[in-house]
Design a protein around this ligand. Structure first.
Ligand code: ADP
Ligand code: ADP
Length: 240
């Protein structure tokens, strides 16, 4: 049974730009799925429709963990967002706060710019945040301000913040587009580990085909708001 089932999902911006055109996609546990395609293909719109950071057009159906997202009210949606982790190209961290504080913000279910009072969180949350940062190789960076971390370290904090949500799904919007090759490799390995060892599916927008080939269980190719290819990496290699 899929964790996420998208059916006939469309998004029209400003009454004219068709960013998604009746797209359907299912995501299963233990899958790292890369979405590739040229700029403007609709990759980012697709990810953002899933938790309705962008409102899809009427008639779109998005079933997540057994519930229909597209028709949920605000309160129900907030509950869903608590279990959808997000990782961004520009990290969306609060730079004046520590890695630990930024990680804890994931507990709120959205990534706030709130004051960094650790006292807002339980000892248990703090312990869990520390464990996650340790597991991502940030044991000696927990109290560093995020503004003083390298790009790869910032993105690992972004991943820790997603993981503390106990997510049922992680959405990554160009997570390595601002990183050097070595950090990119590290981040993709972390995502792979999360999918494999924790069973959390990751949906990852990428523009590097070679990275998609190396790390994905399944690759979705998009163009003009439509899926133009779907398959395992070896099928994509054969098709070329
Ligand atoms: P990708 O992530 O693949 O680069 P996007 O989802 O960002 O693609 O964009 C898909 C299409 O929708 C593009 O034509 C883009 O210009 C348009 N678009 C994206 N966001 C908006 C917006 N907020 N308002 C109007 N058009 C938008
Ligand atoms: P990037 O360019 O790094 O991909 P954006 O600048 O497009 O990211 O930022 C995405 C927006 O989503 C930001 O305004 C951010 O505050 C907001 N946001 C971050 N996390 C969440 C979340 N979990 N749910 C809803 N909105 C969020």
């Amino acid at each position: 049974k899929p964790v996420l089932e998208m059916n006939n999902v469309s998004k029209t911006y400003d009454g004219s730009t068709k960013a998604l055109q009746g797209l359907s996609l299912s995501v299963y546990r233990n899958e790292l799925i890369s979405i590739i395609g040229p700029s403007g293909a609709g990759k980012s719109t697709l990810l953002r429709c899933i938790n309705r950071m962008i409102e899809p057009d009427e008639g779109s159906r998005i079933r997540f963990d057994g519930n229909e997202i597209a028709t949920m009210n605000k309160r129900e949606l907030r509950e869903v967002r608590k279990h959808v982790g997000m990782v961004f190209q520009h990290y969306n961290l609060v730079y004046r706060l520590s890695a630990l504080e930024n990680t804890l913000h994931g507990r709120l279910g959205y990534y706030s710019t709130l004051k960094g009072a650790l006292s807002l969180f339980s000892d248990e949350d703090v312990k869990r945040a520390c464990e996650l940062l340790d597991s991502l190789g940030l044991e000696d960076r927990k109290l560093f301000k995020c503004g003083n971390l390298s790009g790869g370290q910032k993105q690992r904090v972004g991943i820790a913040r997603a993981l503390i949500q106990d997510p049922k799904l992680i959405l990554c919007d160009e997570p390595i587009a601002s990183l050097d090759p070595q950090s990119s490799k590290n981040i993709m390995e972390q995502l792979k580990r999360i999918t494999r060892d924790m069973g959390i599916p990751c949906l990852v927008n990428l523009h590097q085909v070679d990275v998609a080939l190396a790390y994905s269980d399944r690759i979705i190719g998009m163009n003009n708001g439509e899926i133009v290819f779907e398959g395992r990496p070896e099928q994509l290699t054969e098709a070329q």
